[in-house]
Design a protein around this ligand. Structure first.
Ligand code: NAD
Ligand code: IPM
Ligand code: MN
Length: 354
């Protein structure tokens, strides 16, 4: 299998190095050849060449079995145009409409919610990933004056809403889950989110065995904190999904723990940790690589390599339970040492296999 690896900026480079180490180790353990092709697209690359992503960049990406991205964002590129082209560009151009962001607590110790255990925090968020407020439709008029008008349109299409809602229900059905919750702001956004209401009702009717519930997004944020155990699958739009998955990440032990997939079934999909480039942490060997490593596991699982993915997940779980992690999750290891510990668990298990 061939993977495109885009380490990107800041801690993205560091956590990607650890995810690559883990992919290599799991490939060796299961006798698989993973070709990992590093692509340099990043702020550094843009500042040197003026190019964010080459003209054939998206076509190049489509040639791979999957894409892995570390993180993009750099204070030296104030408008982050390289991130827009590389990260959002990949999501849009490859039509990766389903942003799958599992919220799964591995160890009670890591959860900031009082008394919550892994049994209470285990749900999936499906974030619409190709439209909403992210489409860059709008403009600024009389910019910089006191008469400035700034317009940013939210686009909701039947096709876009339908496919993400359908995907969420299909995910629930195939995993024998019984609850799907949709969150919108249809009380205030009476046009765009009326479409979400309509589609959710229509799709829910096709799944009589699944309990379909709705919360307004503000209430959902509250219920996530008060009673996360009520959720199995949450489906929402692009911006709301972005916001609630940082909240969800805190339940898992912080942004360093959260994984994601940007998926279009049957096409080249992209996997990345939920966190960004954390410029303050960059180059200091302190970033937690688990979000990146778990994203690599998600990538293998999505490609049908379930045993390989499970081996990574087991190694991560062991590291967390033994408190062999970075400082954000209460450990003493650096980024590299945390990655190396997980690699050792994967290799050690091979010894046991024999
Ligand atoms: P961020 O996720 O980079 O960092 C916010 C805070 O979360 C950090 O200061 C740190 O305390 C914590 N954190 C994040 N990742 C961590 C890790 N691996 N280990 C331990 N702690 C971690 O968010 P930000 O500061 O808002 O954004 C920084 C840059 O990253 C911006 O340019 C932003 O646009 C970009 N960004 C990119 C992505 C992406 O590439 N997918 C995602 C979010 C933000
Ligand atoms: C994420 C990030 C991105 C988003 C930014 C960097 C554009 O926050 O992947 O969660 O909003 O989608
Ligand atoms: Mn985000």
């Amino acid at each position: 299998m061939r993977f495109a690896i885009i380490p990107g900026d800041g801690i993205g480079k560091e956590v990607t190095a650890e995810a690559v180490g883990v992919l290599t180790a799991v490939g060796e353990r299961f006798g698989r050849t993973f070709e990992l092709e590093q692509l340099p697209w990043s702020a550094d690359y843009f500042l040197q060449s003026g190019v964010t992503i080459p003209p054939n960049g998206y076509d190049l990406l489509r040639e791979f079995d999957a894409i892995f991205i570390g993180a993009l964002g750099d204070p030296r590129v104030p408008d982050n145009r390289h991130a827009r082209d590389i990260l959002l560009g990949t999501r849009f151009e490859l039509d990766l409409f389903a942003n799958y962001r599992p919220v799964k607590l591995l160890d009670e110790r890591l959860c900031p919610l009082k008394g919550r255990t892994p049994a209470d925090v285990n749900f999936a968020v499906f974030r619409e990933n190709t439209e909403g407020l992210y489409v860059s439709v709008g403009g600024r008029f009389k910019a910089g004056t006191e008469d400035e008008i700034a317009i940013q349109e939210e686009v909701n299409t039947f096709k876009g809403v339908h496919r993400i809602v359908r995907y969420a229900f299909e995910f629930a059905r195939t995993r024998n889950l019984t609850k799907v919750c949709m969150a919108d702001k249809s009380n205030a956004m009476t046009h765009g989110h009326a479409l979400w209401q309509r589609v959710f009702k229509e799709v829910a009717a096709l799944y009589p065995g699944i309990q379909a519930t709705h919360y307004y997004i503000d209430a959902l944020a509250m219920y996530m904190v008060l009673d996360p155990g009520q959720f199995e699958v949450i489906v929402t739009n692009n911006l709301f999904g972005d916001i609630i998955t940082d909240l969800g990440a805190t339940f898992q032990g912080g942004l360093g723990m959260a994984a994601s997939g940007n998926i279009h079934p049957g096409r080249t999909s992209m996997f990345e940790p939920v966190h960004g480039s954390a410029p303050k942490f960059a180059g200091r060997n302190i970033a937690n690589p688990i979000g990146a490593i778990s994203s690599a596991a998600l990538m293998l699982e999505t490609l049908g390599l379930g045993r390989e993915a499970a081996a990574i997940d087991a190694a991560v779980l062991k590291a967390v339970r033994e408190n062999q992690g970075t400082q954000d999750i209460g450990g003493r290891l650096g980024t590299r040492e945390s990655g190396a510990y997980i690699v050792e668990q994967i290799k050690g298990d091979k010894e046991q296999d024999r």
